[in-house]
Design a protein around this ligand. Structure first.
Ligand code: ARG
Length: 289
């Protein structure tokens, strides 16, 4: 727990009416036991770059500890040898309302991750989990804001998979076009702050998609390019606390000014694979009660 922060569940009786309220989350993570940069499938990766795996593991553990100290539940998936990107657990499936939609990876190097996620999810009551026909990289490109699913396309997830996700979940899916290869997944350019608004970097999106975001989220937190370039948008909010890359200092200030509590973490080793806190985190959204 952060100093001065209340334990979940909140609000406590002393909570001011306008105070931001944290909602307890359930996450799935996978330790970077086999992490390395052995191939390049995004603009951040340089094959053969030196990776300090022990440091990666310490940084990952600090992220996991940050979640648990905020009151969230973290489940872990067993890492599989030969799948160095498996630490990026966000990509293995998309789970909403207790429905799990299996991923179909764009690159063969990562294809083996999908069955590992499906097996875990089925063993934990989310089954049966089948992949989409179209390419779809789970929460890398899909996120939930209130009733809507926001869905990225352009580099990985295909438009046809957006329709499949809508059909399987019964949630309206809003497609957003990514245009900058540095922001190859939606979760490198946008994250939900709560059920009503998001933070995003406009330069990652096509003109039409920017207008969609302005229309849906007129009060969004609009991030700078500098913060986007340290993967500042690859962050996880519980509605009050925002776990974000420590280097995204401007974004942390913006969030603080809006009443959120920034929780900085350093994932410098995992950045070599093109990922940050959100990439390491798959959210298991429960069936509504
Ligand atoms: N090296 C991985 C890839 O390019 C990084 C994935 C990051 N995950 C994410 N949710 N953005 O597929």
């Amino acid at each position: 727990m952060l100093p001065g922060e209340p334990a979940l569940p909140v609000p406590s009786p002393a909570t001011a009416p306008d105070e931001r309220v944290a909602v307890r989350r359930r996450f799935l993570m996978c330790a970077p036991v086999h992490f390395e940069v052995a191939y390049a499938i995004n603009a951040w990766m340089t094959p053969g770059v030196t990776v300090d795996r022990a440091l990666a593991l310490r940084q990952w553990t600090a992220l996991k500890d940050a979640y648990t100290s905020l009151g969230h539940v973290v489940e872990v998936l067993d890492p599989v040898p030969g799948l160095p990107d498996m630490v990026f657990a966000a990509n293995g499936a998309f789970v909403v309302d207790g429905i799990a939609v299996g991923a179909r990876f764009a690159h063969p190097e990562r294809a083996g991750e999908a069955p590992a996620h499906a097996a875990w999810l089925e063993a934990h009551g989310f089954g049966p989990v089948t992949p989409t026909v179209g390419v779809h990289e789970g929460e890398g490109d899909l996120t939930v804001v209130g009733d809507l699913v926001l869905a990225g396309t352009g580099f990985r997830t295909e438009r046809s998979a957006h329709a499949e996700v809508q059909e399987r979940t019964g949630r309206p899916v809003v497609g957003l076009e990514l245009v900058d290869p540095r922001f190859y997944h939606l979760d490198t350019a946008l994250f939900p702050l709560d059920d009503t608004t998001v933070a995003y970097y406009p330069g990652a999106f096509s003109d039409g998609s920017r207008r969609v975001l302005e229309r849906l989220y007129p009060d969004a937190v609009v991030a700078s390019e500098a913060d986007a370039l340290v993967l500042g948008l690859n962050s996880v909010s519980d509605g009050r606390h925002v776990v974000l890359p420590a280097a995204a200092r401007g974004l942390a200030d913006q969030l603080h000014a809006r009443g959120f509590v920034p929780v900085p973490v350093d994932l410098s080793e995992l950045l070599k694979g093109g990922g940050g806190p959100k990439c390491c985190t798959s959210e298991l959204r429960p069936r509504p009660v």
